[in-house]
Write a protein that binds this ligand. Structure first.
Ligand code: 9MR
Length: 372
């Protein structure tokens, strides 16, 4: 059996019925002295730890220092998206920002994963592509394959993992979303993207990445993703892993984690022989109804710990990346503002780059994780 639960986890899960009704208190929510970096605690259990980082953050020496200390894997937050790399028409590419991030990774002995080859949503698709008048299916297929070949030619296997397709499931309906290619190619879009990635980067870990989450309200999203993963398997689409974004709480009640349903979801994913990656972890404290920072931090840490414990109980979970290490640069500050106007505190480090209880929760989750 690949999944194992520690006694502590089993007690937590036992206490939680369908949702996180009775949150166990963390023994100590005071930030630790950061004796060992998270990457070392992760490595001791066969895991890797990292973060998304963008050019804006790279410019800040405090972010660079913290990332080098704590992480052994990074992912560009936006710099490999089509709207950056391929925004100006079918023959023009801009790899400069992502190249800088890769140089940062390589200089500091960190792996870098790619996010993403195809974000299957019109709102993130370059104008030229959205308005492209394909004269045939063959032309659409060629354009998609040529684009993936160009990215692969530029990076080869200096990256080790790619989100080949991102967020193609509509969270409300659970159906596959329409996009620039699918209007011509239908579901073949997804098959072609993975096939081209495999053809040009044979050793690459190929990932489907999405934000179905464990809170109540995500049921259709989870169902839709499972249906898609079955479709991939039935159609022999070359896919290695599910990227579980793990923006927990985001847009949902943070306390509404459905531990049992989440287990069912993960069980079904791994039964398809897929690995799991935590690709974009953060804990959104928008809905925590107190302005008290210590209380908010304690809840964020406690829910984060429960979540990571459950994810780590699957030895198929190998990588954990936060979507930003510090509250200063977190995307959530602009996306889900709190009613009381206070800044959000969703990451392991505060806006002054001091570790928070979530940092300790991540460390503790690594320490109690089974080896893989
Ligand atoms: O954090 C990213 C933000 O800076 C961008 O403006 C936004 C649109 O490109 O994307 C954010 O990252 C998203 C990621 O690419 C996919 N999963 C959800 C992330 C948060 O929205």
């Amino acid at each position: 059996m690949k999944q194992s639960l520690t006694r502590r986890n089993a007690l937590c899960f036992g206490a939680a019925t369908s949702a996180l009704t009775a949150l166990p208190a963390l023994a100590d929510t005071t930030p630790s002295s950061m004796a060992l970096p998270l990457k070392d605690l992760a490595a001791a259990k066969g895991l890797r730890f990292g973060t998304a980082i963008g050019m804006r953050m790279l410019a800040d020496p405090r972010v660079r220092e913290l990332t080098i200390r704590e992480c052994n894997i990074i992912v560009p937050e936006n710099e490999l998206k089509l709207y950056v790399t391929h925004n100006n028409g079918p023959t023009e590419y801009n790899f400069k920002p992502a190249d800088e991030l890769l140089a940062f990774a390589e200089t500091n002995h960190m792996a870098m994963r790619g996010h993403n080859l195809f974000w299957a949503r019109d709102e993130y698709t370059p104008k030229w592509l959205k308005e492209y008048k394909f004269s045939s299916k063959a032309e659409a297929e060629k354009l998609l394959r040529d684009y993936i070949a160009a990215v692969a030619q530029h990076y080869g296997e200096r990256l080790t993992s790619w989100d080949v397709v991102n967020e193609t499931i509509d969270p409300k309906s659970g159906e596959v979303r329409e996009n620039a290619f699918s209007r011509v190619l239908g579901m073949d879009t997804l098959r072609i993207a993975f096939e081209a990635a495999r053809e040009h980067m044979p050793k690459m870990q190929l990932v489907y990445n999405d934000y179905m989450s464990w809170e109540a309200g995500n049921e259709n999203h989870r169902k839709g993703v499972l249906k898609l993963l079955h479709w991939f398997r039935d159609n022999k689409v070359p896919i290695d892993a599910l990227g579980v974004q793990s923006h927990i709480g985001n847009g949902f009640d943070l306390m509404a984690g459905q531990v049992n349903q989440w287990k069912d979801f993960l069980d079904e994913v791994v039964s398809l022989d897929l690995d799991l990656l935590i690709t974009e972890f953060d804990v959104d404290d928008q809905t925590i109804p107190t302005s008290d920072i210590d209380k908010r931090d304690a809840i964020v840490a406690t829910v984060g710990r429960l979540y990571l414990d459950q994810m780590f109980s699957y030895t198929q979970t190998k990588d954990v990346l936060c979507w930003g290490m510090d509250d200063k640069y977190s995307w959530l500050q602009g996306f889900t503002p709190r009613k009381d106007g206070l800044p959000l505190r969703p990451t392991p480090f505060d806006a002054d780059f001091k570790p928070k209880p979530l940092y300790d929760a991540i460390a503790a989750a690594f320490k109690s994780a089974p080896e893989r």
